[in-house]
Design a protein around this ligand. Sequence first.
Ligand code: FES
Length: 150
Amino acid sequence: MAHRREFLQQALVLLGAGMCAPALAAWLQSCSSETKQPTEPGGTVELDLSTVPELQQVGGAVKRTFGQHNGGQPVLIIRLAEQQFVVFSTVCTHAGCEVGLPQSGRIPCPCHGSQFATSDGRVLQGPASSPLKRFASEYDPARNVLKISF
Ligand code: FES
């Protein structure tokens, strides 16, 4: 009886290891992709701007997701000037839809028509009544890296 129990336990362990192999491979792959945009302790991310064509020009904007930062939702990064950037959550403060890319200085929400200012995320048009959540960022021109604090 004890032998049979041991056999079953070993079989379950082996079966479990076999079932986990694809998950393990996916996990290892996700680790390797994270090394391209390292996440530092304390909730900061460094983005190498040479890898982001949308941000080469003043006025450029791009959405990016950084793992579980911002609840796993994308952030909107806008280049306001040569060395000035702003980073907002893309989650609309009205009912949670994802806002669009900026147009003519305004960040539109496709769901109910709210609009937010690209400069500081304040509401320009409702129904939203609160500004977009903003994350602190710091540009290092020597390295062409934008450091975002979550
Ligand atoms: S969710 Fe954005 S305007 Fe309603």
